[in-house]
Design a protein around this ligand. Structure first.
Ligand SMILES: Cc1cc2nc3c(=O)[nH]c(=O)nc-3n(C[C@H](O)[C@H](O)[C@H](O)COP(=O)(O)O)c2cc1C
Length: 175
């Protein structure tokens, strides 16, 4: 797909078919995450690939929606903040790096016909317990990975005039 077509067509999939995802397709989306840029190329993230089959109840503790466990895989992205680059004023870029990697994965999945949905509203403690995360590793986001069983809804986005300021911060009159 053309890139602009891809970003138009990607949507948050909230219903999945149980059909398998081939190892090649899984590999492709993981390699897309691997290729993501990161601050100072530190790559301070880890992807946790979980087969859902037989682990549905455990995974529901992380995020309780039925659709979360319908696809063959759930993928979590975690940061290792101690590995990340920090700006001179101390701002740690681990979350930014992990987010870019996850978005590479999400877009690569859409390119090959697979659905994803960013999940940030998960139970972090449950995620730590279920995935056995050490204290210095932080779960950031999850997504199912599988064939979509729903259809895209129209995109609702703020006007570009709200999102883009030219030259300097420029509040809209009356805002
Ligand atoms: C960081 C992040 C966290 C999100 N967390 C959730 C979530 O916990 N549950 C959910 O159903 N959707 C979640 N979403 C999906 C958004 O609701 C969705 O991207 C937004 O409504 C735009 O819709 P679209 O992805 O179909 O274009 C999240 C998206 C992002 C980027």
């Amino acid at each position: 797909m053309d890139f602009y077509e891809l970003i138009q067509q990607r949507y948050s999939v909230r219903s999945y078919r149980p059909d398998p995802v081939s190892p090649e397709k899984l590999q492709q989306v993981l390699e897309a995450a691997q290729l993501a840029p990161s601050a100072a190329n530190r790559q301070p993230f880890r992807l946790i690939v979980v087969r859902t089959e037989g682990r549905e109840n455990e995974l529901r503790l992380i995020y309780g929606r039925d659709w979360f466990v319908q696809a063959p895989y759930v993928i979590g992205i975690c940061t290792v903040p101690a590995e990340a680059w920090s700006r001179a004023d101390g701002k740690n870029y681990a979350d930014v790096d992990a987010t870019i990697a996850m978005d590479h994965l999400v877009l690569a999945a859409a390119e090959i016909g697979l659905g994803t949905c960013w999940v940030g509203a998960f139970d972090a403690k449950a995620a730590r317990d279920v995935l056995g995360l050490p204290a210095d590793v932080e779960p950031i986001a999850f997504t199912p990975l599988g064939l979509p069983a729903d259809l895209a809804r129209p995109k609702r986005r703020r006007d570009l005039a709200d999102l883009v300021h030219y030259d300097r911060w420029n509040p809209r009159p009356g805002a």
